[in-house]
Unconditional design. Structure first.
Length: 123
């Protein structure tokens, strides 16, 4: 628009609305990074929150360990799944999910992890 005397219209910032996600009795607010299990607020570390958020925002879908390493730990290369297992154990404990009989976050052998949409039937 050189020489026309007109200025281009101002650019508008993109507006994002982050919704609170609730699956079963776990509620996650991505904007404030708060988590509740029922009416009780649960304190999570940054990585624990990122792991839980990745799983709950994909509830009902299997999330592979490769995807978790890439999206939560920002790496494509890893030699052990212990990092995921340790953090997963902490998250499960804090949200009241028994690792021996999980009803919230389940392991799908050879595939990955899934945040369950509904209660998992007892075995």
């Amino acid at each position: 628009m050189a020489g026309s005397g007109k200025r281009p219209p101002p650019r508008r910032a993109a507006a994002y609305i982050l919704l609170v996600i609730q699956v079963q009795d776990v509620r996650v607010d991505p904007e404030t990074r708060q988590v509740w299990q029922g009416d009780t607020e649960v304190r999570l570390s940054r990585k624990e929150f990122d792991l839980l958020f990745k799983l709950i925002s994909n509830a009902g879908t299997i999330v592979s360990r490769d995807e978790l390493m890439q999206d939560v730990w920002a790496t494509r290369f890893w030699t052990s799944s212990k990092t995921i297992d340790v953090h997963l154990g902490w998250v499960r404990r804090k949200i009241g999910d028994d690792s021996r009989h999980p009803h919230l976050i389940t392991t799908v052998r050879g595939k990955g992890l899934r945040f369950e949409l509904g209660a998992v039937p007892a075995i």
